[in-house]
Design a binder for this molecule. Structure first.
Ligand code: LLP
Length: 452
């Protein structure tokens, strides 16, 4: 689950990422530490774009890939993505500012959000973002007014709910009806007509993102089929062919070895989606639109590792009310709680979604008998869990370094200062070189926020 370039040094057994020892990274940059493997992030961006473009070219159309910045965005990562030929999807004025600071051409930026402020809309329109995704009826008029005021014609999509309930954690599923995103698919024709009536708007088509961390690909296929299913009627309503279809992001990744065989392979999903879109368009008798996608986690998740230092350990007997809570724990008499110097402030996903992660001792090899461990943070909350369950050598001890895999997506971006814990820096590694790409915070900076 560690980035493809991760290895253990042959003599010392120290984990290396991007050809640098974890121990050296922590000596130089401190602990805890987010580490991003640049070569892996770039390779995944390239592979994703290549697979989608190849498969949609096979059925005679194009695919544009937007990197979903919400997964993890900073100036460097935005540049890597642009250099690998991806566009950038931003979901707030803040993310837009980072993309612009990276020098990304606004013509390669898509702007999302279910409640963009009038200022955010006016700014995005005035700089010429490629597309604004309309997520409410009110936004049709708001974007039209901003475009009229700026004297431009703004390209827009409508975000719809396809009604497909992706099989993932409830908070990560976004295209069933009872949630805040998008508009009902059965209103798309009427809304398309309203958009077409505004000379300051150019209607590109529909957008649908069915959820995140999705493994079963049938949801993507069904959603694509439903959207294409109304494209003929939509074209008649707007008086022109609808040129694009955006199927969002959401491709799941393996966080643990147990999941490794089940995570979707982007080449296979791309092939299946290209076939479904082509077939649905043939049935409807319409030209195949250009496709767009917005993967985030798929690209950056597996490129990240978090390094922590162990502070304390505590063995807790399993039994009583905990007995049998997980059948896989049956062979263990106790659980070793391993407390590290970070926690839910640098990785909220375990607490928020019950996410699973994999952990390894990073500073040495060990032949000690395996122990059932739970890696916990330093916050005042019993749900402050980083790795809920893993089995690692039982001699793990204070002073050891731990590496948690696949933390590249939605860890730094969901981080907080709970308990006034400063955010760690993000370090990019590549071919034996390491550099800070997001500065860490200090307690002094946090204290300075209080007005005294
Ligand atoms: N496009 C739209 C419109 C989205 O809402 C999202 C994610 C994406 C693309 C990218 O999805 P991805 O390919 O990364 O799955 N905090 C949660 C994930 C929230 C996803 C929100 N939207 C987590 O940590 O699992």
């Amino acid at each position: 689950m560690f980035p493809a370039t991760a290895r253990r040094g042959s003599e010392c057994g120290v984990l290396k990422v991007g050809d640098i020892r974890a121990t050296e990274l922590v000596e130089r940059f401190g602990s805890p530490l987010y580490v991003v493997d640049e070569a892996v992030a770039r390779q995944r961006a390239r592979d994703t774009r290549a697979a989608l473009q190849r498969e949609f070219a096979r059925v005679g159309t194009d695919a544009t890939v937007y990197y979903a910045g919400k997964a993890f965005l900073c100036v460097e990562v935005a540049r890597w993505m642009a250099e690998e030929g991806l566009n950038i999807d931003v979901a707030s004025g803040g993310e837009l500012a980072v993309a612009l600071a990276a020098g990304i051409d606004p013509g390669r930026i898509g702007f999302h959000g279910n409640n963009k402020s009038p200022e955010e809309i006016a700014h995005a329109v005035s700089i010429g973002v490629a597309v604004i995704v309309l997520d409410s009826e009110q936004e049709i008029e708001r974007v039209a007014e901003a475009a009229t005021a700026a004297g431009v014609r703004q390209r827009v999509r409508i975000r719809v709910n396809s009604g497909v309930h992706a099989s993932t954690h409830d908070f990560l599923a976004t295209s069933h009806e009872d949630q805040k995103f998008g508009l009902p698919l059965d209103r798309a024709v009427e809304l398309g007509r309203r958009i077409a009536a505004h000379p300051s708007l150019e209607f590109l088509g529909l957008h649908c993102h069915i959820g995140s961390q999705i493994f079963a690909t049938d949801g993507f296929r069904e959603s694509a089929r439903r959207l294409v299913g109304i494209y003929r009627e939509l074209a008649e309503a707007v008086g022109a062919p609808v040129p694009e279809l955006n199927l969002g992001g959401g491709f799941g990744i393996a966080y643990t070895s147990a999941e490794a065989g089940d995570a979707p392979d982007v080449a296979r999903v791309a092939a299946e989606l290209a076939d479904i879109v082509a077939e649905s368009c043939a049935e409807a008798g319409i030209p195949i639109p250009k496709l767009a996608f917005e993967p985030g986690r798929l690209i950056i998740g597996p490129a990240g590792v978090t390094l922590y230092s162990v502070g304390t350990t505590k063995a807790v007997a399993l039994g009583g009310s905990d007995a049998g809570s997980d059948p896989a724990d049956a062979g263990f008499a106790e659980r070793l709680y391993v407390s590290v110097d970070g926690g839910m402030s640098d990785n909220a996903r375990t607490a928020l979604y019950g996410a699973d992660y994999q952990v390894r001792i990073a500073n040495r090899r060990s032949a000690a008998a395996p122990a059932l461990v739970r890696v916990v943070g330093k916050h005042c909350e019993s749900g402050d869990i980083v790795v809920n369950r893993d089995v690692i050598p039982g001699d793990v001890a204070p002073g050891d370094l731990l590496a948690v895999a696949a933390t590249g997506a939605y860890c730094w971006s969901l981080s907080s200062n709970y308990n006034y814990v400063p955010r760690p820096p993000v370090i990019a590694v590549r071919d034996g070189e390491a550099r800070v790409i997001v500065r860490g915070e200090t307690v002094e900076e946090l204290v300075a926020k209080s007005v005294s």
